[in-house]
Design a protein around this ligand. Structure first.
Ligand code: NAD
Length: 396
């Protein structure tokens, strides 16, 4: 079939297998062009199919030569419906990893469930024995609690006061003011239950109880802080409350794993175009301004550059990972440089519908959004007939 993008707001309901494969190959090529990392041997990535989780899996496999297990929630093609982008990404990743002689396995399902945790543990036992790195990179709008069955939904809202700020429709460049009412206590509780640290803790407890954590194992989850202009809706809002919980979980896990020489960290990453970040009001306009400033400054990075730097310079540099006063790894350091933030803040004040394509990299944002789904990728013939039914080689 001929596959075209079909968008509804910040969701694209189709994905292109060859475009996704090409995007994955670009990341693999980047990593192969860099020095190898003396890093982990057997890695579990929970939330492995897109964004930061996929990039972590690629760095593990192609820079450190590790075997990987990826857990993710994606759909295969069915009838006239294409598979999701994460499905095509994972198929391409796994093919490349196997060709390079690395073991690679996929488990598709709900990472929050007991069933998927048990299945993952069985797979590790039979195929890898133990794992020495666990990346937790799940971003989800919903979670069913495995013990109580309660279904939680996360919301992106400020806490306390109504918040208004500029936002953009990245399809047509219209800049407007988004106004978001504050969250209720119940919405805060539910968002923390979805995006906080409880599920990460459950994974580590269950892996540990099953004896599949290697001595000295490391675990990392991802967080974001960002600029003043997004604080009310992000860091000091409902998602920020969840991130505080995630960061507190890292401190607890660090003690727990520390007894056997292990480590737990939260890494604060840069704001980037992913399926999750495009759903947050205000953030896409900030990212567009940030991209423009960082590209001009020569310090722009995507997910793969960020994750290569995290592994090579922080987690596996041979010296203890540098952390800030809260114990957080900061690979958002280039984004947060005062001169970058000052320039973004200056442009932010001036941004309107009339000048958005000059003052910000909105065109770059829009293009990267479509590339997340395998579209607008150089070298791919979008007029050609393509088979949407792609197999993942080691799907368990
Ligand atoms: P993403 O949407 O690209 O990836 C999310 C992953 O989670 C996908 O692999 C998806 O399949 C998986 N997933 C979702 N629900 C699942 C479920 N129930 N079971 C199994 N897998 C599930 O998101 P991302 O932007 O890469 O975010 C990953 C982490 O990085 C999040 O913690 C996010 O807050 C953090 N982060 C993102 C940014 C950013 O700007 N994008 C910046 C800093 C930190």
């Amino acid at each position: 079939m001929i596959i075209q993008p079909k968008t509804r707001g910040f969701i694209c309901t189709t994905a292109h297998p060859e475009g996704c494969a090409s995007q994955v190959q670009r990341q693999v090529d980047y990593v192969k062009s860099k020095p190898a990392i003396d890093g982990p041997r057997n890695v579990l990535v929970v939330g492995a199919s897109t964004g930061y989780g996929l990039a972590s899996r690629i760095v593990s496999s192609f820079a450190a030569g590790a075997n990987t297990v990826g857990v993710y929630f994606d759909k295969a093609a069915e009838g006239a419906r294409t598979a999701s982008a994460g499905w095509y990404n994972s198929a391409a990743f796994e093919q490349a990893a196997l060709e390079a002689g690395r073991k690679s396995y996929s488990i598709v399902g709900d990472a929050f469930s007991d069933e998927i945790k048990a299945k993952t543990i069985d797979l590790i036992k039979t195929e890898l024995g133990q794992i020495d790195l666990i990346i937790y990179s799940v971003a989800s709008p919903r979670r069913t609690h495995p013990k109580t069955g309660e279904v939680f939904s996360s919301v992106i809202k400020p806490i306390g006061d109504t918040y208004s700020a500029k936002t953009v429709n990245f399809h047509n460049g219209e800049v407007s003011i988004a106004t978001i009412e504050p969250a209720t206590e119940e919405e805060i509780r539910q968002t923390v239950a979805v995006m906080g640290g409880e599920d990460w803790q459950m994974w580590i407890d269950e892996l540990s109880a099953a004896g599949v954590l290697a001595e000295g194992a490391t675990t990392v989850a991802y967080s974001y802080i960002g600029p003043e202009v997004t604080h009310a809706v992000y860091r000091e809002g409902t998602i920020g409350a969840a991130k505080n919980d995630l960061e507190a979980t890292a401190l607890r896990l660090n003690k727990q794993l520390g007894a056997a020489g292990g480590r737990a960290f939260v890494s604060v990453n840069k704001a980037l175009v992913t399926q999750s970040s495009s759903a947050i009001p205000v953030v896409p306009l900030y990212i567009s301004a940030l991209y423009k400033v960082m590209k001009e400054n020569g310090t722009h990075e995507g997910c793969i550059e960020q994750m290569y730097r995290l592994f090579s310079e922080r987690l596996y540099s041979g010296t203890p990972a540098a952390v800030d006063e809260k114990g957080l790894i900061r690979v958002d350091d280039w984004e947060m440089r005062p001169e970058i933030q000052a320039e973004v803040a200056k442009r932010w004040e001036e941004l309107t519908t009339e000048n958005v394509y000059e003052l910000s990299d909105l065109e770059g944002y829009r293009r990267e959004f479509f590339q997340l789904f395998g579209f607008e990728t150089d070298g791919v013939d979008y007029e050609a007939d393509v088979n949407p039914d792609v197999q993942i080689p080691n799907l368990r």
